[in-house]
Design a protein around this ligand. Structure first.
Ligand code: CP
Ligand code: NVA
Length: 308
């Protein structure tokens, strides 16, 4: 079963195939974004369940549109409104949904929920974000980087801020796609070491550097994300802001990266907190290409899952 649970769980050659498919499907649309179905409809007769236990704009809309462009149908479900949110087990939910739909995408809190769903489902399951990882986002980011700058292998990616779920999927990707990754942020917000050691074991040069200016040296890509994620307690907000202020991506910090460095943010952003509007709307930024590429990358992920 081709579940898409995490970037480190999918073979590098398969990941490359997914990126290539995304790129060729995007090109085949010949610049059309909206209102056009793909020429072939690989998801015809397929129904996809999209389950959200957390808010979403990009993931929700891009999956829904992606399925429709490929001729399939979707069902967007809120976790709270399902029996899942009222005590039904994940295993039973997985077995029931497998009798109705062809593919399940879930955005949830605990990674365990995703893993259990995949264990008991008879149809492929896609990770649409958990507290720990966000693999679809980073597939879109790789596609975006390579469209602008060519192969990401051997490049240096710098993450400034919180060592969160999006960073974790970057670490998975560093190992699988062969790029180097520097984390810069306060020690208290370091990523889980497991992500770092895994990437290192696959040959990626993963560095933890407290000084953001030093971290930027030679950066081909600078990335940040919100300082407070959906699963973080709001009570942590003020403390995190104090800890992370020095890691804001602004013009001064970007000036220490390579002159042609790209800037990415998965969005939603808190403008002028983790990154300034000057950077987000400036010449290095590719944030809206990144958002668009969620659509193209996920279409390819779904095709890979379904083998169509
Ligand atoms: N980047 C991302 O996953 O955005 P949403 O939370 O809007 O889906
Ligand atoms: N780290 C963020 C990503 C949102 C797409 C969160 O988990 O809230």
């Amino acid at each position: 079963m081709n579940h898409f649970l995490d970037i480190n769980k999918t073979d590098p050659a398969e990941l490359r195939k997914i990126i290539d498919t995304a790129r060729s499907m995007k090109e085949a649309r010949n610049g059309y974004l909206r209102g056009k179905h793909d020429d072939d409809l690989p998801l015809k007769d397929h129904i996809v369940a999209l389950i959200f236990e957390k808010p979403s704009t990009r993931t929700r809309v891009s999956f829904d549109v992606g399925v429709r462009q490929m001729g399939g149908q979707t069902m967007v479900l809120s976790g709270k409104e399902m029996q899942l949110g009222h005590g039904e087990t994940i295993a039973d939910t997985a077995r029931v949904l497998s009798r109705y739909v062809d593919l399940i995408m879930i955005r949830t809190f605990e990674e365990q929920t995703l893993l259990e769903l995949a264990e008991y489902a008879d149809v492929p399951v896609i990770n649409g974000l958990t507290d720990r990882t966000h693999p679809c986002q980073i597939m879109a980011d790789i596609l975006t980087f390579e469209e602008h700058r060519g192969p990401i292998a051997g490049k240096k990616v710098v993450w400034s801020g919180d060592g969160n779920n999006v960073f974790a999927s970057f670490a998975h990707a560093a190992g699988q796609f062969g790029f180097d990754l520097t984390f810069t942020g306060p020690e208290s917000l370091d990523p889980e070491m497991e992500f770092v050691t895994q990437a290192r074991a696959k040959g990626s040069n993963v560095v933890i550097e407290r000084d953001p200016v030093k971290a930027m040296q030679g950066a081909d890509l600078v990335v940040t994300d919100t300082w407070v994620s959906m699963h973080d307690p709001q009570s942590a907000r003020e403390r995190r802001h104090n800890q992370l202020r020095g890691y804001q991506v602004n013009d001064e910090l970007m000036s220490h990266a390579k002159p042609d460095a790209l800037f990415m943010h998965c969005l939603p952003a808190h403008r002028d907190e983790e990154a300034t509007s000057a950077v987000m709307d400036g010449p290095h930024s590719v944030i809206f290409d990144e958002a668009e590429n969620r659509l193209h990358a996920q279409k390819a992920v779904m095709r890979w899952c379904l083998g169509v």
